[in-house]
Design a protein around this ligand. Structure first.
Ligand code: HMG
Ligand code: MG
Length: 309
């Protein structure tokens, strides 16, 4: 069936509270994070990445993740939330805080792992496998990012075979979702099509997710290529905020509002209400003190002005 004639559901994980806030100039407090996560849940976002258990020296913006997890478990016990953890230490902290789902982060090149988590590719692979296995044994849900899955800011184009081999190892280690990440937003729809075709041989499409950054304005086109390839799990970030602090040139993520607009206008159901996403963007703009929003933000706001609630 063509993607344009379907009424299927797609699943969106909003990563703004983690990917979006980890690299902001303006430091936001825990109260703002809780408000943002609540507004995303109210908008109908089914899954939210709410923080990271990483070194507070490396990423001070994530230092309050334990507090965020504990509060959100009380405030939103039924919303699916996850946290990024790079190693067993992070898993221990996540478990102590009451996290129910974790995501490990494995980059597909030697240099990116060293810059991001101070490990070689082999060490990062071993840490990811050990963390996934321990998390699964403890009854947690698990995701595994394969970062720089298209291009690496340090090593250039990443070989497809490497990405496929690492994705397979993440699946074999128990990852319930393998997230193919375009860290610096350099992919194009043709590359997405080609890589997903190869990846589908290693990981069932239903267990693959994609995570696009929008550096070159191709996030939505890439998401469409993934939809046509059969992927139904997407990461996106409300307002388009995001970027890895250790990947030079990484810009914001594909905006959740752009993905929702594109998917809903094409017959897919996301369960997400755009007017409520806009309210979340308003709140985030005030906190971050700068204009936010994806490619569709000006049009979406004009629509809101014409049809006030
Ligand atoms: P390290 O310095 O090599 O670690 O950092 P270490 O094992 O030598 O430990 C150093 C200190 O950190 C020790 O504390 C550890 O206990 C502590 P000390 O004895 O000095 O007081 N430590 C931790 N603390 C909190 N949480 C932990 C943890 N582990 C050790 N998990 C480490 C290694 C991985 C910790 C560090 O390099 C780090 O935190 N890096 C940050 C990585 C990060 O957050 N990157 C951004 C997210 S990834 C991303 O954005 C990409 C993604 O969006 C997908 C895409 O777009 O491609 C996911
Ligand atoms: Mg990212």
């Amino acid at each position: 069936m063509s993607a344009s004639t379907t009424t299927e559901v797609i699943h969106i994980t909003d990563v703004a509270p983690r990917d979006g806030l980890q690299n902001q100039q303006v430091r936001t407090d825990t109260a703002f994070k809780l408000k943002l996560i609540q507004m995303l849940a109210e908008a109908g976002v089914g899954s939210v990445e709410i923080g990271a258990f990483v070194s507070p020296k490396a990423v001070p913006q994530m230092a309050d993740t334990a507090e965020v997890v504990k509060s959100i478990n009380d405030l939103l016990p039924d919303v699916r939330t996850s946290v990024l953890v790079p190693n067993l230490k992070g898993l221990e902290l996540a478990r102590n805080a009451g996290a129910r789902e974790i995501a490990v982060v494995l980059s597909a090149t030697e240099t990116m792992n060293r810059k991001n988590i101070n490990m070689s590719l082999q060490q990062a692979l071993e840490a990811s496998v050990a963390t996934l296995q321990a998390a699964s044994a403890g009854g947690m849900r698990t995701r595994a990012y394969v970062a720089v899955a298209f291009d690496c800011p340090f090593e250039g184009e990443t070989p497809t075979d490497t990405v496929v081999a690492l994705a397979r190892q993440m699946k074999e280690a128990g990852a319930q979702e393998v997230v193919i990440a375009d860290t610096i937003g350099s992919a194009s729809p043709g590359m997405v099509k080609e890589r997903l075709k190869a990846l589908a041989q290693a990981v069932p499409l239903a267990e693959l997710a994609v995570h696009f950054h929008d550096t070159r304005g191709m996030g939505a086109a890439n998401a469409w290529a993934a939809l046509e390839a059969g992927v139904r799990r997407f990461d996106a970030s409300v307002g388009g905020i995001g970027g890895c602090p250790f990947a030079p040139g990484a810009a914001g993520n594909l905006a959740t509002e752009d993905l929702v607009l594109m998917a809903e206008r094409s017959g897919f159901r996301t369960g997400i209400q755009l007017d409520k996403l806009l309210s979340a963007i308003d709140v985030a703009e005030a906190a971050l003190q700068r204009p936010l929003g994806g490619r569709s933000i000006a049009w979406l706001r004009r629509q809101r002005e014409r049809t006030p609630a």
